[in-house]
Design a protein around this ligand. Structure first.
Ligand SMILES: NC(=O)c1ccc[n+]([C@@H]2O[C@H](COP(=O)([O-])OP(=O)(O)OC[C@H]3O[C@@H](n4cnc5c(N)ncnc54)[C@H](O)[C@@H]3O)[C@@H](O)[C@H]2O)c1
Length: 436
C-alpha cells in the first residue's frame, strides 16, 4: 500500500493505515509529497524509517520504484491533482482509494470514469458516510415506501472556518487552479459529504442510486477574500421531481453543526450532528434511531477497511464509485451556472470572531444561522426576503444540461469579478462577542 500526500488530511491516512498495519491488515511501502523536506516532523511521528516506508517527493518516482509490489494506493493529494494521480495509479493496475471530491469539473469526472473502466478494480471515492449501516437501513425503508413518497431533501451546514483555512495552501477558496476548473467551496469540499448523502437518499431508483439535479436556483456569497463562495443557498428539483434545499456556510459562529432532512409524505426524517436521528410521523409520533458518526481517524480507517474488503471479494462494491459522484459534481457545477455573481458581503454586515479553538480569527455573518434555518423552513432565498446583505436578483434557475464551455465561461467571469474587490481591512470590521 502507498499513500499520495503526507501533510494535511493525508496525515490521517497515515494514522489510519499505521493502525491497520499494526493489525497486520496492510503493509505500508511508500509515500510521497512535494513538501517532503518540510514534513520531517510528520515523517518522524509516523516512524516511516523504522517501518520501512520509503518517501519520495513525487508520485512518478514512487510508482517507478514500487508499482510492481503495490496492491492499492490512497490518494490524499489536493483536488487539482486527483485526475493525474488516479490516471497514473490505474495505469499501473493499482487499486485506488481516492479522497473526495474526485474532481469538481464534470468533464474531468467523465474522463476519470472512462479511465476507471480500464482499472483492475473500480476506484473508491472517500465520501465518508454512505456505507454507515444505519444510513443504508434508512434508505431501504424509504425505498420500501414505509414513509410514503419522498417529497423533499435538505441540508443545513454551519461549519466555521477561520481566515487561515483559506490561505493554508495554494488552492483553498479558488475557482480555477491554473487552467483547471476547481470550484473549492463549502459545498464542493468540506461539506461535500452531506450533499452526496442528500442525493443518495433522494436516489429513489435503487439503493445505489444518486438523484441528479434537474433544476437549480442558487445564491452564492463570500465573507472571506476568496474567489469562491463561503456561503451558499440553493433550492431546486432532482430526478422524480423531488425538491431540495441547501444552506451551507463557513462564515458562522458555530464550530460545526449540521442537519440532514428527508421529508416524505407521511414522515419527516431528521439527522442532526449529535447522532440521534428522528422520524416524526404525521400523527405526531416520534421514532428515534441511532445515526452515530465515528470520529475522523476511525471513520477513515473503516472506509479504507471497506475498500480492502471489496478488493478481497468480501463486499460487492465500493460505497461510492467515480460514477456515483456524477450527481454531486453536476449539482455543484449548477450552483455556479445559476449564479451570475458571487455576492461579496459588505463589511458593515460582518463581524470578526476570535475563534482560537480552530486557530485565528473568523469572518462571520452574524445572522447567518437564523437566516439559514429560515431558508430550510420556507425555501425563500435571502434576496427574496430582503435580507440586508443579500443581493436582489442574484439567482437564476438552471434546468437543462449545459455545455462544458458554458461552465468555464461562467467561472472565468466569476473569477474576474472577484478580483475587482479590494482586500478587506479587518480593522474596519467590528469584533463579535461570543454568545457561548
Ligand atoms: N474525508 C475527509 O473528511 C477529508 C477531510 C479533509 C480533506 N479531505 C480531502 O483530502 C484531500 C487533500 O486535502 P488537504 O486539505 O489535506 O490538502 P493540502 O493542500 O493540505 O495537501 C495535502 C498534502 O498533499 C501534499 N501535496 C500537494 N501536492 C501534491 C502532489 N502533487 N503529490 C503529492 N502530494 C501533494 C501537500 O504538500 C500536503 O502535504 C482533498 O481531496 C480534500 O478534499 C478529506
Amino acid at each position: 500500500m502507498a499513500v499520495v500526500g503526507i501533510g494535511g488530511f493525508a496525515d490521517l491516512h497515515h494514522l489510519a493505515l499505521a493502525r491497520l498495519e499494526n493489525e497486520r491488515e496492510v503493509q505500508m511501502l511508500a509515500t510521497c509529497d512535494p513538501a517532503l523536506n518540510s514534513l520531517a516532523a510528520q515523517c518522524e511521528a509516523h516512524r516511516f524509517g523504522e517501518r520501512g516506508v520509503s518517501t519520495y517527493t513525487d508520485i512518478a518516482t514512487l510508482l517507478s520504484r514500487h508499482a510492481h509490489e503495490l496492491d492499492a494506493i490512497s490518494i490524499s493529494s489536493p483536488i487539482p491533482f486527483h485526475q493525474e494521480h488516479h490516471r497514473m495509479s490505474v495505469g499501473h493496475q493499482i487499486a485506488c482509494y481516492l479522497e473526495k471530491p474526485p474532481t469538481l469539473d464534470p468533464a474531468e469526472l467523465e474522463s476519470m470514469i472512462a479511465t476507471d473502466l480500464l482499472a483492475a478494480h473500480p476506484s473508491a471515492v472517500g465520501f465518508n458516510h454512505i456505507s454507515q449501516p444505519w444510513r443504508l437501513r434508512l434508505k431501504k425503508r424509504i425505498l420500501a415506501g414505509e414513509f410514503g413518497s419522498l417529497v423533499e431533501v435538505g441540508f443545513a451546514g454551519f461549519w466555521r472556518r477561520p481566515i487561515g483555512y483559506f490561505v493554508r495552501n495554494g488552492w483553498a477558496g479558488k475557482l480555477l487552479f491554473g487552467e483547471k476548473i476547481l470550484l473549492d467551496s463549502c459545498c464542493g469540499n468540506a461539506m461535500s459529504h452531506y450533499l452526496h448523502n442528500m442525493l443518495f437518499h433522494a436516489g429513489t431508483r435503487g439503493l445505489w442510486e444518486w438523484a441528479r439535479p434537474t433544476g437549480v436556483t442558487a445564491e452564492l456569497y463570500r465573507a472571506n477574500d476568496i474567489e469562491s463562495p463561503d456561503t451558499i443557498f440553493a433550492r431546486g428539483t432532482l430526478d422524480e421531481g423531488i425538491r431540495f434545499r441547501i444552506i451551507a456556510t463557513h462564515a458562522c459562529e458555530t464550530r460545526q453543526r449540521q442537519r440532514e432532512i428527508i421529508q416524505c409524505e407521511d414522515a419527516l426524517i431528521e439527522i442532526p450532528e449529535d447522532g440521534c436521528g428522528t422520524i416524526t410521523w404525521r400523527d405526531g409520533t416520534i421514532e428515534s434511531f441511532s445515526a452515530a458518526s465515528l470520529p475522523a481517524p476511525t471513520l477513515l480507517r473503516e472506509n479504507l477497511q471497506e475498500y480492502f474488503a471489496f478488493l478481497t471479494g468480501d463486499r460487492s462494491r465500493p460505497s461510492s464509485t467515480l460514477a456515483d459522484c456524477r450527481a454531486f459534481v453536476s449539482l455543484n457545477s449548477r450552483l455556479y451556472l445559476s449564479s451570475p455573481c458571487i455576492q461579496r458581503i459588505d463589511d458593515a454586515h460582518l463581524s470578526l470572531l476570535a475563534a482560537d479553538d480552530f486557530g485565528g480569527v473568523t469572518l462571520i455573518i452574524p445572522d447567518i444561522e437564523q437566516t439559514g434555518e429560515d431558508f430550510l423552513l420556507d425555501g425563500r432565498l435571502p434576496s427574496e426576503k430582503g435580507v440586508e446583505w443579500a443581493m436582489e436578483g442574484s439567482s437564476a434557475c438552471i434546468s437543462s444540461e449545459t455545455a462544458p464551455n458554458l461552465l468555464r465561461q461562467r467561472i472565468t467571469h466569476l473569477q474576474a469579478s472577484s478580483r475587482e474587490n479590494p482586500i478587506r481591512n479587518l480593522n474596519s470590521i467590528q469584533r463579535a462577542r461570543r454568545k457561548h
